[in-house]
Design a protein around this ligand. Structure first.
Ligand SMILES: [Zn+2]
Length: 95
């Protein structure tokens, strides 16, 4: 008789009946400004802005303009971080 071994995998794909729950957190950051300020003289120079900082509140025009360099957010490199938050509650046994 063959003995079967069942390997229980702990992953983040738990359904509703599982004690494992996971959620995806997506964080979008706008980092280095890549606008070429020397394009008109045929050269390449960026302003050195390291991270986009909105100059206005969300929903206003300023939200898309960098407070540091004044460039549109599109000029900043987009970085998407996907974080999977995994919560696992092990079952408790009372012997
Ligand atoms: Zn810039």
């Amino acid at each position: 008789m063959k003995k079967r071994q069942v390997v229980m995998k702990k992953d983040c794909t738990g359904g509703k009946n599982s004690t494992t729950s996971s959620s995806m957190v997506r964080t979008v950051r706008y980092v280095e400004c890549q606008k070429n300020h020397a394009a008109n003289i045929g050269s390449y120079a960026v302003d050195g802005c390291r991270e986009f900082m909105a100059s206005g509140d969300e929903g206003t025009n300023g939200a898309l303009l960098c407070a540091a360099c004044g460039c549109h957010r599109n000029f900043h490199r987009r970085e998407v971080e996907t974080e999977v938050v995994c919560e696992y509650s092990p079952p408790t046994f009372n012997d």
